[in-house]
Write a protein of this length. Structure first.
Lengths: 443, 110
């Protein structure tokens, strides 16, 4: 059985570049029973797995072998899971299409000429193609779980900020990073989230809540659910055919007993600017520690401190990482900090308020996950950086607000999958799981 | 008061402008080397990125507190207890060749 899993994983990788590393053999888990017994769990490359290269998709961390498991990984092993390997991603999570991926660009299982989405691209590809029991541990900063799940036609859940421990995560932006799950079904993601969430003495930012069994929300009922449909999420830049498929899904939920109403999230047009300034500012501080001395990429020590650091960082980071470090450093510099960083944080307050007001009236909000279907690589190559960033227009606001969200497949456009994005208030994972499950059962 | 406001406004608008010299300075601070082509390319790209981001100026944020986190976080405390670590099988020095004895070895600082 284990050999067959590894063989199939290698076949997927050869064709679709979904893994940075595949386990040499599937280590027997701590026990043969448990909630994940017999399930292979793949782990995004930016989450540490003991004894397995964990490089966050970056050459600057090439060769780094963690001597410990991230808390979420340890929890999976304790529940009987096999750790299958490390999945490809945009370097440090810097991207929407997984094309900033020096260890191989994951390809879309529905059309290899198209992107698998990012940044957790490899995780979604393995999930879509695995013919063995498998669930993926992924991570989102600004939409990196929802986007690849939508593009690859699988389910991705991003929990409330602070729901899952981040000990052992190679950080991108601390006020935004959340570890979550990608699975073939809503049930798979609810199961894995139940295992990996909860307090952790090693992470002081995790919410002190009792562990919860999210599978209890797998109920086929949306009777009485009040759905808000944010009108800004169907506006400019959103493909009409994608919007149409999502509206059909909303009507489906209505036919199952939910009600819906349009709502306005007035600060939506500022979310990309606010998000990128905050994310880049935080990333530039997090990436300051990578200097080619204690782990990862090495060179012969030549020259002084400044020369060595500059040379190795210039060699190890991709162009996008360099751009984000420079912009992020700039946004924090004396004389610019108030205009950029603090301003972006204040606009974030307004964005959070938009959600809080909406959730006073509605149980869940529904929108398309991504404004378009997975684009072709040849079209992505023509995009300027700012055009890349604008692709995140529908995912960054809920990520800035730290609310839970789930992307569930809801149909196709030109034979490519479309994701239905269901967002809930803080800690209301139960409601989004129940709505997604009901939809999945009745589509 | 009005003068002060318009002065602030002017400063804000100026903040969204970048040029090659500024990018070069920031790159140096961030320990990133850029060649001439990269510098040229980045300057242009950053100009258009910041041009888009300046839309933030439209939002009235007077009396609005910044959100450093999505939700308020409470400080968590735990006892500072020493835990056992298997040094023979795993050491912090395992991931580097830049070491001497029990220490990391780095480039000259002075």
């Amino acid at each position: 059985m284990e050999d067959r899993i590894l063989k199939h994983a290698r076949e997927i990788n050869e064709k679709y570049s979904a893994f940075v590393t595949i386990a040499d053999k599937l280590e027997p888990p701590g026990k043969d029973h448990g909630r994940l017994a017999g399930i292979a769990v793949s782990v995004k490359d930016n989450i540490c797995v003991k004894g397995m290269q964990s490089a966050a998709g970056s050459k600057i961390l090439e060769g780094y072998i963690p001597p410990f498991d991230a808390t979420v990984v340890a929890k999976c092993r304790d529940e009987g899971a096999f750790i299958l390997g490390k999945t490809t991603q945009d370097e440090f999570g810097f991207g929407t299409f997984s094309v900033n991926s020096p260890y191989g660009v994951p390809k879309n299982p529905h059309d290899p000429e198209r992107s698998a989405g990012g940044s957790s691209g490899g995780a979604a590809v393995v999930t879509a193609l695995a013919d063995f029991p498998h669930i993926a541990i992924a991570e989102s900063t600004g939409g990196s779980i929802s986007c690849p799940a939508a593009f690859c036609g699988v389910v991705g859940i991003t929990p409330t900020y602070g729901r899952t421990s981040r000990w052992g995560l190679i950080d991108y932006a601390n006020s935004l990073d959340k570890i979550g799950c990608i699975g073939k079904t809503v049930g798979d993601t609810a199961l894995l989230l139940s295992v990996i969430s909860g307090p952790d003495k090693y992470d002081s930012t995790v919410l002190q809540l009792q562990e919860e069994d999210f599978t209890k929300y797998l109920k086929d009922s949306v009777k009485g659910f009040k759905i808000g449909v944010p009108k800004e999420y169907f506006g400019e830049g959103v493909d009409e055919k994608v919007a149409e498929v999502v509206w059909d899904a909303i009507k489906k939920l209505e036919s199952l007993g939910a009600t819906y109403e349009e709502v306005s999230l007035p600060h939506t047009k500022y979310c990309v600017s606010s998000y990128y300034i905050i994310a880049m500012a935080e990333a530039s501080t997090n990436l300051a520690k990578f200097c080619g001395l204690r782990y990862g990429l090495h060179m012969d020590i030549d020259g002084n401190y400044d020369q060595y650091f500059s040379e190795i960082r210039s060699k190890g980071f991709t162009e996008e990482a360099k751009r984000r470090i420079i912009l992020g450093t700039f946004a924090r510099m004396a004389g610019y900090r108030d205009a950029y960083y603090l301003k972006a944080l204040k606009v974030r307050t307004k964005i959070i308020q938009d959600f809080k007001i909406a959730f006073k009236k509605f149980d869940i909000l529904i929108a398309p996950t991504m404004p378009v279907i997975a684009p072709k690589f040849k079209d992505i190559a023509k995009l300027e950086p700012i055009q890349h960033y604008m692709m995140d227009i529908l995912t960054v606001a809920p990520n800035l607000a730290g609310v839970p969200m789930i992307s569930v497949p809801c149909g196709t456009v030109d034979k490519m999958p479309v994701g239905l994005h269901i967002m809930g208030n803080h800690l209301q994972e139960g409601k989004i799981i129940q709505a997604a499950y009901s939809f999945e059962r009745n589509i | 008061m009005n003068d002060e406001k318009s002065e602030n406004r002017k400063n804000l608008i100026d903040c969204w402008k970048v040029d090659k010299a500024l990018i070069e300075r920031v790159a140096k601070v961030s320990h990133i080397e850029l060649n001439d082509d990269e510098l040229e390319k980045f300057s242009k790209q950053m100009e258009s990125i910041l041009e888009a981001f300046r839309a933030l100026d439209e939002v009235d944020t007077e009396k609005v507190e910044p959100s450093f986190h999505p939700q308020e976080l409470k400080n968590m405390w735990r006892e500072d207890e020493v835990e056992e670590w298997d040094w023979r099988n795993s050491s912090p020095l395992d991931n580097t060749t830049h070491k001497e004895g029990r220490y990391f070895k780095g480039p000259k600082t002075v």
